[in-house]
Design a binder for this molecule. Structure first.
Ligand SMILES: Cc1ncc(COP(=O)(O)O)c(C=O)c1O
Length: 478
């Protein structure tokens, strides 16, 4: 039975762009992520017949490992003629690359013997101290001992799920939620139950109802996974007045909170919100990252955990990767020590704000009636709802033909929702490209509507709106 505004996970929907990725296998350079992706797709199920000779050998958990719609899109969306509003790549143009290059060379020359060596699974002590200073901006008072450095916050998500979830355990997540988290939960065979959001983020009442219902069913809920600030993909922020209530509900039900906050310092009004972790230290694992505020390619993130959990995360890191890369940690540590990193974040904010403005203005100007979208005050993403009868996964090939790409909403749910939604990101393209991309998207939508009026609704391999009433539980606020 579905919970109000939420849905237990069934099978992950297969990517509607899988065929496009597989079709481009020949064009992708060998060894490239696109080629690996395409091979993976070709090696999967094909018309009910598997081409993968290893299929019967895989562990059960491998069945939940599927290519995300974001990855499958890369091959097509990275062509230069396509305006990609799909990926969430940070814009690194504002970074002082020349000075960084000199600094990195000096690091190798002066500290190469240690920074090119193995390090501790816990992370570089100096960096862990500096991470505490970064988190202090959001009101967190933490000890460096409780910080565990990870290979991006994606790895922290994996470690937390590994430490807490057995197959069949329930994880609560916003509806919609971050695609990388959903694929991690799926890989550990946890079941995702989505909880409704509105324009003020997660709804406490929906959370309470979900937990009561699950308790009544005797289900084991391990944690609430939440992205309170500048949500990916929703573009909304959890109202400050809801925060204590959500913590309280989780504490009463004995449910841990995983607070994922990679965008928290990217507020367009220079605002920061109090982290959930700043209000409750014992029941929150906070995940942070330098991917959006410095450089995603360095893959440096962290978890701040209650003391006992911290030890488990260190052990999990040790078995996964021995230690996070000492060199990359040293680069980040130097950067924080020697650069005006807060000034740099201000520059990032200004650049993203300009792009957000360009996208919102273009959506207003070009999109047909019946569309609505969120209006983010930070971060990278707009969540768009299209008129009834349209299916964003089904219309993606048309959009790509018109040289614009987005991520269909279904990617952001464990199963069953999002066919009328899509995520648009404004972080990477220039304002001019964003305007052009939205213009192309509008013409794809109009063509799709014409088709709908002529022939009636069409389906994306079995997917008209799956939710009763055709209404997805999403922050549909415009
Ligand atoms: C909400 C969220 N969490 C985690 C991540 C992973 O970030 P990282 O680069 O630190 O692994 C992302 C990346 O886009 C994200 O949007």
């Amino acid at each position: 039975m579905n919970l109000p505004g939420s849905q237990p996970a069934r099978q992950q929907p297969t990517s509607g762009v899988a065929a496009a990725a597989a079709g481009s296998a020949a064009a992708a350079p060998a060894g490239s992520p696109e080629a690996a992706q395409a091979t993976e797709q070709v090696g999967g199920q094909s018309g009910g017949r598997s081409l993968d000779p290893h299929l019967r050998r895989y562990a059960q958990r491998a069945a939940g490992m599927r290519a995300s719609e974001v990855r499958a899109l890369f091959a097509v969306a990275s062509r230069p003629e396509v305006v990609s509003l799909a990926g969430g790549m940070p814009n690194l143009a504002a970074l002082p690359l020349d000075t960084l290059a000199t600094d990195v060379a000096e690091l190798v020359a002066t500290e190469g013997q240690s920074v090119l060596q193995y390090g501790s699974a816990h992370g570089l002590p100096a960096l862990r101290e500096q991470i505490c200073d970064v988190m202090a901006l959001e009101g967190i008072s933490a000890h460096a001992d409780d910080v565990v450095v990870t290979v991006g916050s994606q790895m922290a998500l994996d470690m937390v799920t590994r430490v807490f979830c057995d197959p069949g355990d329930v994880v609560l997540a916003e509806a919609p939620s971050y695609v990388g988290a959903l694929s991690t939960f799926s890989a550990y065979q946890a079941e995702v139950v989505h909880v409704t959001m509105d324009d003020e983020g997660l709804q406490p009442e929906a959370l309470r109802q979900a937990l009561d219902t699950l308790a009544g069913q005797g289900r084991r809920v391990k944690f609430l996974y939440t992205i309170p600030n500048f949500h990916n993909p929703g573009g909304v922020t959890l109202a400050v007045r809801r925060r204590a209530e959500i913590l309280d509900i989780c504490a009463r039900h004995g449910v841990l909170v995983i607070e994922d906050n990679p965008y928290g310092l990217l507020g367009f009004s220079d605002q920061t919100y109090p982290a959930l972790r700043s209000m409750e230290a014992d029941n929150v694992v906070y995940l942070g990252s330098f991917s959006k505020t410095f450089a995603s390619g360095l893959r440096v993130g962290w978890a701040l955990a209650p003391h006992a959990v911290r030890e488990k995360l260190v052990l999990a890191t040790e078995s996964a990767t021995l230690c996070p890369p000492a060199f990359n940690q040293a680069i980040v540590s130097r950067y924080l020590a020697r650069y005006d990193w807060q000034g740099q974040i201000k520059q990032f904010r200004a650049a993203y704000r300009e792009r957000r403005d360009a996208m919102l203005a273009a959506l207003d100007q070009h999109l047909p009636p019946g569309c609505s979208w969120t209006k983010p005050d930070g971060g990278f993403y707009v969540w768009l709802t299209v008129p009834e009868g349209l299916d964003t996964k089904a219309m993606l090939p048309r959009a790509v033909t018109q040289r614009v790409a987005y991520v269909p909403g279904t990617a952001f749910y464990a199963a069953g929702f999002g066919s009328r939604q899509m995520r648009l990101s404004y972080c990477y393209p220039t304002p001019e490209r964003i305007r052009e991309g939205v213009r192309r998207l509008a013409s794809a939508l109009e063509a799709e509507q014409e088709l709908l009026h002529t022939f009636g609704a069409r389906s994306a391999g079995g997917g008209r709106p799956e939710v009763a009433g055709g209404q997805s539980p999403s922050p549909d606020t415009a």
